[in-house]
Design a binder for this molecule. Structure first.
Ligand code: K1U
Ligand code: ZN
Length: 180
């Protein structure tokens, strides 16, 4: 198992369109396990393969309180079931510490395969509907800040730079020998 590197906005690799998974083989199963570990490590509720620089149609999610119910969606297709859109305050592991409202249909149909290659065909509402649409966007090279104003996108760029700098400094600090 491994924690993978998550690409950060505005990395151009996040704009790559993901290709369908041809076969749920051992390589894909290892990627699924690593993505789930990466999602838990980053304290996220979802992760698309695009975010770890693997441009395949693969999404993992866990909306459970105890973080013990991972879901896997391979080659997902998401169809809105309502016209009306509702706002939800979204976050993104590729845009750390930036949150803003995005409007999306709050009822969708999800068709996909699971980690065993079995068919998933279900209706989703609420956070599941929001999260799967956010992750589908990643597979299509779209990031939630694309829905925001230019001013907010520029602010998001600056914020991510700042957060990454602080994270780097903390990593350096931890690597230094202690003086105790
Ligand atoms: O795709 C990602 O980067 C994961 C993202 C999923 C997501 C969260 C909220 C709305 C839509 C999609 C995250 O997990 S962000 C971190 C997080 O856990 C979170 C942030 C805001 C609200 C709820 C959860
Ligand atoms: Zn995201």
């Amino acid at each position: 198992m491994a924690v993978l590197n998550i690409l950060s906005y505005p990395d151009p690799r996040l704009r790559t369109i993901a290709a369908p998974v041809k076969q749920v083989d051992d390589k894909i199963k290892t990627l699924i396990t690593d993505m789930i570990e990466t999602m838990y490590d980053a304290e996220g509720i979802g992760l698309a393969a695009s975010q770890v620089d693997e441009h395949l149609q693969l999404i993992v999610m866990d909306l459970s309180e105890n973080k013990d119910t991972p879901m896997v969606f391979i080659n997902p297709k998401v169809t809105p079931l309502v016209e009306e859109k509702q706002p939800y305050e979204e976050g993104c592991l590729s845009v750390p510490e930036v949150y803003d409202k995005v409007e999306r249909p709050n009822k969708v149909r999800i068709e996909a395969l699971d980690e065993n290659g079995d068919v998933i065909d279900k209706e989703a509402e609420g956070l599941l509907a929001v999260c799967i649409q956010h992750e589908m966007d990643h597979l299509n090279g779209v990031i939630f800040v694309d829905y925001l104003s230019n001013l907010k996108q520029n602010r998001a760029r600056d914020k991510v730079k700042k957060v990454l700098k602080i994270r780097e400094k903390n990593v350096e600090k931890q690597a230094q020998p202690s003086h105790v």
